[in-house]
Ligand binder design. Structure first.
Ligand SMILES: Nc1ncnc2c1ncn2[C@@H]1O[C@H](COP(=O)(O)OP(=O)(O)OP(=O)(O)O)[C@@H](O)[C@H]1O
Ligand SMILES: [Mg+2]
Length: 331
């Protein structure tokens, strides 16, 4: 069977003239677990909120582009968002159980969509609680208020509530970040099981979780999609240096090069003198890019510069013989 996709095409989200998502293009494989990763504020939640049109809830946000699900552009104004939200369920970081019993929480969606038959509702409630790995813990107290459950149980209840309306897509926005490791593990196990039937698009700050769960990874940074691909490829061989830095837990510093010096023809100590000479003619805050072709220079030049109070932004291999050192002048 050929792989099916949800296609995101030229998606932009704006807020008061700022672009919160910029030209996002990606094909999301169906019935897989897709993890959106990236630093705080990069647009993970915003991207998730496009799939169920939660962005409509904020009048200050506007959007353009297309998201094709089964050939239908769900961003089209004519789309019935109530129907859409039944097929695209969302669980968020903090569980929000409705102020009613455990049973009624799960039965809420099916009832809203017209289900009145008690035995069918009983069946759906049990099935959904089972799928959320909560049934055994609550089966004897279905009529108790949902707010009496622990936070981890409440999150699984929210998962059951979403599953009860039989969605096709499940959006999980940092769904385990507020949970203890045991509850978090339970949710992860259910997500893995559910991915056989559902397309799961989740955001996470937790790289280990993404490694455990993801089939496909999307890396976003400041509203732009930087890199995406099968999880194995992204984790083993990220192509973009921003993704590389993020996966290593390093801070990625934005910079533009103001000056460049090729040191490949100079040995020590001339290469260091040339570096100093270049820095002497630069202003504080400016960035110098050096190219070297010995491992000694790659080690010694940054060491010397750091001792003198300069900031090494990074060292990088260019090819088998050459490396670059990027330094910001601070002194
Ligand atoms: N309702 C809103 N109105 C205006 N700007 C918003 C709104 N919601 C989010 N933003 C902005 O959009 C950008 C992306 O926010 P978003 O919540 O998607 O980030 P995130 O990647 O989910 O971050 P985090 O990891 O902290 O959850 C941020 O700059 C944020 O300030
Ligand atoms: Mg978020």
């Amino acid at each position: 069977m050929s792989e099916k996709y949800i296609s995101v095409e030229e998606l932009n989200v704006y807020y008061q003239g700022h672009e919160l998502l910029k030209d996002v293009n990606v094909n999301i494989p169906e019935k897989r677990i897709v993890c959106i990763i990236g630093p705080s504020g990069s647009g993970k939640t915003m991207l998730l909120r496009c799939f169920n049109r939660f962005i409509d809830l904020n009048e200050e946000l506007s959007f353009s582009g297309r998201i094709l699900m089964d050939g239908v552009n769900i961003l089209d104004k004519s789309v019935d968002v109530i129907k859409l939200r039944a097929s695209v369920g969302m669980i968020s970081q903090k569980p929000y159980p409705l102020p009613m019993s455990i049973y009624d929480n799960v039965a809420y969606g099916p009832r809203l969509h017209g289900e009145g038959d008690k035995s069918r509702l009983d069946h759906t409630v049990k099935e959904s609680l089972n799928q959320a790995a909560l049934w055994d813990e609550v089966k004897d107290r279905l009529n108790e208020p949902a707010t009496k459950l622990s936070i981890g149980q409440q999150q699984r209840l929210c998962l059951a509530r979403v599953l009860a309306v039989k969605p096709k897509i499940l959006l999980c926005d940092e769904a385990t970040s507020a949970l203890d490791p045991v509850s978090s593990h339970k949710i992860e196990q259910q997500i893995l099981k559910l991915s056989k039937e559902y397309t799961i698009i989740m955001s996470t700050h937790n790289i280990h979780q993404a490694k455990r769960l993801a089939d496909y990874v999307i890396y976003v940074y400041l509203g732009s999609l930087i890199e995406h691909g099968p999880a194995k490829e992204i984790f083993k061989n990220p192509k973009h240096e921003r993704t590389q830095a993020y996966l290593k837990g390093e801070y990625y510093e934005e910079y533009t090069v103001d000056r460049e010096v090729d040191l490949r023809e100079f040995g020590e100590p001339v290469n260091y003198m040339k570096t100093k000479e270049a820095l002497d003619n630069m202003q504080v805050g400016q960035v110098l890019r050096l190219i070297v072709n010995t491992r000694e220079a790659l080690k010694d030049i940054p060491k010397g510069l750091e001792t003198e109070g300069q900031k090494i932004i990074h060292r990088k291999t260019l090819n088998k013989k050459d490396w670059e050192i990027v330094v910001r002048k601070l002194e």
